[in-house]
Design a protein around this ligand. Structure first.
Ligand SMILES: [Zn+2]
Length: 158
């Protein structure tokens, strides 16, 4: 920890418009506030580095954020680990939120990471390692027992 940064708070006051505040931090992922019963969990510390500077009414942040996350595969449900690498990570925070010369970036960082989490994660990246195995158990052509009712299930309501 140095004088300019302290975890999720960056010291931004006192610097003139052109002064950069450089930061490099390794953060515990607890501030992501993932619930224990959530399927998503963090598998590593969050590593962030970059610079922050003031631009009139904004605090601008530019840098890089990396973290490993865990999520069950959308197909086979096997837990898989993947890396989120935000490069560049760009954020602007209203200068009005600077308190005692420090700006809290936890919420901005949290959002930036969580927005990168894929909705459907497959254990093999683009595909699922176990897709072939699983397709054996799935029957795709279910015979329609009553064609008409099946295609227009609300017909009887008319
Ligand atoms: Zn899978």
């Amino acid at each position: 920890m140095n004088a300019l940064t302290s975890g999720l708070r960056l010291r931004i006051d006192g610097s003139s418009q052109s002064d950069d505040v450089l930061f490099e931090e390794r953060l515990s992922p607890t501030f992501l506030d993932l619930r224990p019963d959530d399927e998503l969990s963090a598998a590593s510390d969050i590593v962030m580095s970059g610079r922050a500077y003031r631009a009139s009414e904004w605090v601008m942040i530019e840098g890089r954020v990396t973290v490993s996350m865990r999520l069950p595969c959308a197909v086979c449900n096997e837990m898989c680990e993947f890396t989120i690498d935000l490069m560049p990570w760009k954020q602007s925070i209203p200068a009005s939120s600077v308190k005692d010369g420090m700006v809290d970036i936890s919420e901005a960082l949290r959002e930036a990471i969580l927005i990168e989490v894929p909705f459907f994660k497959k254990c093999g990246g683009q595909t699922c390692h176990n897709a072939n195995e699983i397709s054996q158990y799935l029957t795709t052509d279910v015979p329609a027992e009553d064609g008409e009712d099946r295609n227009q299930p609300f017909l009887s309501l008319l």
